[in-house]
Design a binder for this molecule. Structure first.
Ligand code: LLP
Length: 422
């Protein structure tokens, strides 16, 4: 559920008409709903009630400071994957002991930054990383709390580019080698083992792959405890999917996910961490664009928007579906139309949807891409020198621009000219 509904024939973000935001900030733009963000966080938090737990928002999905602050104030921890994300989390007021650091390629400066600023745990992904982390911690006179990310060799049944839990993927250490790797960890002086980490992929639409992975983690917990390790914490990653195509699939709900966690892992007495991104931020955001032209092709109509692949890369990159709806609600019984929905960028990949049957919109109309809050703004670029589009946050009947659109001059001023060209 989200808070983007038609009221009096006009799409609203909570109590704010989208047309009002468009008139003030211009299109294209992203708009997020505070109520949806916090509602989704609380759904996860409540799904794990009864177990000691922490919901760490995977901020790679949406990392605007205002969004982070909203979730931090609701009680969320953060899952970070870079020094930049760590700095953003801290700047949003998240204490170090609510930040977990994931990622396969943590650098020495990133380790130092997190150890100095405070960290709940590093989710370590290789023995080389473990050894370096131990050295860095020793140099700083600290001990680094770690989990080891295991790769359970489970098929997440999602798009190949976002599946991470098969043995051919670069992530984690093979679960069969885990006991050796934990023995190595125990011997390193700068490291303290606190648990196990697993994340098998993103946009999972069934519980079975999660359950298969978590059962392997349960067995590993017992084996590692028998080896003498302290396993108090299980980080179960993120990955629960959302219904991008509303008429089509209905992925499991956070309550069902929570119940499955309790069933597979509840008996172990561990603190549970989860790292949801998309399910918290995805349906909390729209991307709003204007129709620039409707163009007749040889055998189709192109709907040419002022938003492009640089603003929302998911369709080009993952063949992703986003529902595209008109901002002015179509009159009951009005005839739909079929379009190839495209942007102005100079490549054919700049296509949001092919042969999409949708409301019959015309030049000048506003359209909204649903489920665009996750992996939207964060993956945007200035390709074709199209300035990054603004982000807006709505809260009830208020809204605020939380990242302004840079002017052309600001965009150009980021480049510097070497002396020999002056
Ligand atoms: N934890 C780890 C270690 C991850 O790698 C990810 C996502 C998450 C948590 C959050 O997963 P989520 O709950 O959002 O599914 N750009 C792609 C998605 C990439 C996901 C990368 N890792 C997309 O637009 O579909």
């Amino acid at each position: 559920m989200d808070h983007f509904l038609y009221r009096d024939g006009m799409l609203h973000a909570e109590d704010v008409p989208i047309s009002e935001i468009a008139a003030q900030v211009g299109t294209p733009f992203y708009v997020y709903s505070t109520a949806t963000l916090t509602r989704h966080f609380h759904l996860f938090d409540e799904a794990l009630a009864g177990l000691p737990h922490l919901v760490c928002f995977a901020m790679k999905s949406l990392s605007n400071q205002a969004v982070l602050k909203t979730l931090a104030q609701a009680g969320a921890g953060m899952d970070v994957v870079s020094g930049g994300e760590y700095a953003r989390a801290k700047a949003a007021g998240v204490p170090g002991d609510r930040i977990v650091f994931s990622g396969v390629g943590k650098t020495e400066p990133e380790m130092e930054q997190a150890l100095t600023g405070g960290i709940r745990q590093f989710n370590v992904e290789s023995e080389a990383e473990m050894a370096l982390l131990s050295q860095v911690a020793m140099r700083l006179g600290k001990t680094a709390p770690i989990t080891v990310r295991v790769n359970p060799d489970v098929d997440a049944k999602t798009h190949a580019k976002i599946a991470t839990g098969k043995s051919e993927n670069k992530f984690g250490i093979p679960i069969d080698r885990a006991r050796d790797v934990y023995a190595h960890a125990a011997a390193l002086p700068g490291i303290k083992v606190v648990g196990i980490d697993v994340h098998i992929g993103s946009q999972l639409t069934e519980l079975a792959p999660f359950a298969a992975a978590y059962e392997k983690v349960a067995a590993l917990t017992e084996a590692l405890r028998a080896d003498g390790h302290t396993i108090d914490r299980l980080d179960l990653g993120g990955g629960l999917g959302i219904p991008y195509e509303r008429s089509n699939i209905a992925p499991p709900l956070p309550t069902e996910y929570g119940a499955m966690i309790k069933e597979t892992l509840g008996h172990l007495g561990c603190e549970i961490e989860i790292e949801p991104g998309r399910l918290i931020s995805g349906n909390a955001g729209l991307m709003v664009a204007s129709v620039v032209y409707v163009k007749d092709g040889a055998d189709r109509q192109f709907l040419i928007l002022d938003a492009a692949m640089n603003d929302l890369i998911r369709p080009a990159m993952y063949d992703a579906w986003h529902d595209i709806v008109p901002v002015v609600e179509p009159a009951p019984g009005s005839e739909p139309a079929t379009f190839d929905v495209v942007g102005p960028v100079c490549e054919s990949g700049d296509t949001f949807a092919k042969g999409r049957t949708m409301a019959a919109v015309a030049r000048g109309d506003l359209v909204a891409f649903r489920s665009a809050g996750a992996y939207g703004a964060v993956m945007s670029s200035e390709y074709n020198s199209r300035p990054l589009i603004p982000e807006v946050l709505v809260n009830g009947d208020q809204f605020a621009v939380i990242r302004p659109r840079p002017t052309f001059d600001e965009m150009i001023a980021r480049d510097t000219i070497p002396s020999w060209l002056d």
